[in-house]
Design a protein around this ligand. Sequence first.
Ligand code: BGP
Length: 464
Amino acid sequence: MKNKFPNNFLWGASTSAYQVEGGWNQDGKGPSIQDVRTNIPEGTTDFKIASDHYNKWKEDVALMAKMGLKSYRFSISWSRIMPLGYGEINKEGLKFYKNLIKELKKYNIEPIITMYHFDLPYGLEKLGGWLNPDIVQYFEKYAETLYTHFGEYVKYWLTINEQNVMILFGEIVGIDLSKSENKTKDLYKINHHMMLAQAKAIIKCHKMVKNGLIGPAPNINPVYANSNDPIDQIAAFNMRHFRNWFYLDTCIFGEYNKNVINYLIKNNAMFQITDEEQKILKEGKPDFIAFNYYASSTAKFTLEEDFESIADQQKIKSLKGLYHQVKNDNLPKTQFGWEIDPLGFRIVLRELWDRYNLPLMITENGIGGSDTLENGVVNDQYRIDYYQLHLAELKKAILLDGVNVIGYNPWSAIDLVSTHEGVKKRYGFIFVDRDEFDLKSLKRYPKKSFFWYKKLITENGENL
Ligand code: BGP
């Protein structure tokens, strides 16, 4: 295909605060649940120094500009702005992000802000975290603070990163319900509070940020049936609703998805919704849908007990009588076992467009691998191959299928600490010279994929 991507397409890249910044206790920042986390897998680093972006942000932005980025999606650390998550505001925290935003603007890089990416202030965790209904007003206040200080410069806002992953696989990103008496009920209560917090942040954004656009940022997979046995089609249908649509339906239609609600009622796990809350959900409608895409899922029917395996976002999960997630033997895997499915990317883009009819923005997509620096060079050809295949499908979705996509922000702009595999699982276009426990020089080196992406951006994807 020879055509270009739309004009003003946001070719960008992504990071999140706790995975890239470090500076975990610098300049008045309060601890987040990630800073006090004790279940760091053996042999992998914590998030305290990460890529030291907090101290090297200027150099990092200059490299992003050199790569030709049109946008940069990053998250704000709530406890850097409000050390406890509520109350006192940390001026140094505001200054850090204001400087970062201004520097991006200097290079004409559009800032895209995620308000919450897995790093709840520890001060709020101590009050019960997302299970405490008060969190809704604390999040609203935090959102308001961000709009007051950054609204003038920032057009694109994302509420909560991968809310569905936190509900499905919460323990890997800091949600601890080990003491709960009704885990399912509490999980969906947490989800309800996140939904309300999100809706309130959306409503406030529309009131406070002139020309601001805001959306959710879940992790969306297409779900295949494992066979043409009709019962497996039911399983795939169930999984689609439990994994994807439940989260987006509530945000976009303002109503909870009936399939999931039916399950909660039948399993004595239904949470309460007041009329006032229902109104808030209806009112807080997003302007676009951001989503992260790494892989597809495959489901078969099961009557076995609930089951989970492999501790990461793509792990296998089953719900009795609904679906059993299985591996897909048609698909190759990354070095870390995640399935690679470029066509699934096109499928999911079409599904989202068809179901919701809102502009789409990709806020993550990428491949983790253990890159090495040799004589100042990092040859990550496998990453280029991965992007090439996915972008060819994205291009078809836009140019052939008519899907409205406004930007592509792969994971990640620069090497950072993986959610659960430390530094050895790298995603960046830019290499950071450090190991798990040896901080080395922390110097930055553009990888081979950096130069490839730069060319692709210059050509606006014409040669894909
Ligand atoms: C997404 C998260 C990111 C990121 C990415 C890669 O689910 O939003 O924070 O880490 O997955 O995952 P991992 O770091 O576990 O390889």
